[in-house]
Design a protein around this ligand. Sequence first.
Ligand SMILES: NC(=O)c1ccc[n+]([C@@H]2O[C@H](COP(=O)([O-])OP(=O)(O)OC[C@H]3O[C@@H](n4cnc5c(N)ncnc54)[C@H](O)[C@@H]3O)[C@@H](O)[C@H]2O)c1
Length: 247
Amino acid sequence: MTDRVVLVTGAARGLGAVIARRFHASGYRVAIGDITFNAAQELASELSADHSSAFALNLDVTSKEDFSAARDAILDKWQRIDVLVNNAGASKVVPVMDITAEQFDHVIQVNLRSVLFGCQVFGQHFADAGAGRIVNIASLAGQNGGSATGAHYAASKGGVITLTKVFARDLASRGVTVNAISPGPMDLPIVHESVPADKLSAVVASIPGGRLGSADYVADVAVMLAAENAYFANGACWDVNGGLFMR
Ligand SMILES: NC(=O)c1ccc[n+]([C@@H]2O[C@H](COP(=O)([O-])OP(=O)(O)OC[C@H]3O[C@@H](n4cnc5c(N)ncnc54)[C@H](O)[C@@H]3O)[C@@H](O)[C@H]2O)c1
């Protein structure tokens, strides 16, 4: 058990929910932030019926004010915050020549404002406290341009990896680390919902490991990067892609 506290964004479903469960199982108290509050609340109640070790927050990651309000609500409840996992993300499969301004702006806003504002608000809090861990969920698409995802998504995830380095350098002397994890396609609802079955078979066939990735393992990596003794892992991009991209 630990008295440590984590905020996971976009944690109402998918990878974020798996990460929230993993931190909770590791003894963390977990704040579950999402724009779909009811689903976040359901998960919080499942993890902690009296909400003593898990609670839900209405958090739109495109809003810096929402991040500030989330920080204040967590401090009010538990008097400490140790870890931020910037997981919330948006993706849309659209051919590059067809992406509209609205589609581009939406994906960029969710995937990049989230990391910018999350790192600003929580990075400052951690720096003032002299300790903290930030884990940003990037993507293989941000490294190789993507295959089953849109160009705006891939571009935004490249930006997540770059922002991770900028904040890691900026905050390193204050006891704060900032790392990214770049998963390849995982066995998660969004993958099955957004990629047609025949295309998904082709994607799986292209993975040297021959199967979709495990969200549980990505969650384990996030917990590992959040540990107090992880101070020397900083500014890195942790690849979990079944061998699809090697460097
Ligand atoms: N699924 C994959 O194979 C895969 C691969 C690589 C990276 N990723 C990344 O993992 C993260 C989670 O992906 P997922 O597959 O679980 O996606 P998902 O769409 O299933 O879940 C995303 C969650 O984020 C929330 N969200 C969306 N916009 C938000 C906003 N403005 N503010 C707060 N919450 C918001 C949604 O409500 C949802 O709960 C994303 O950053 C995604 O890019 C996923």
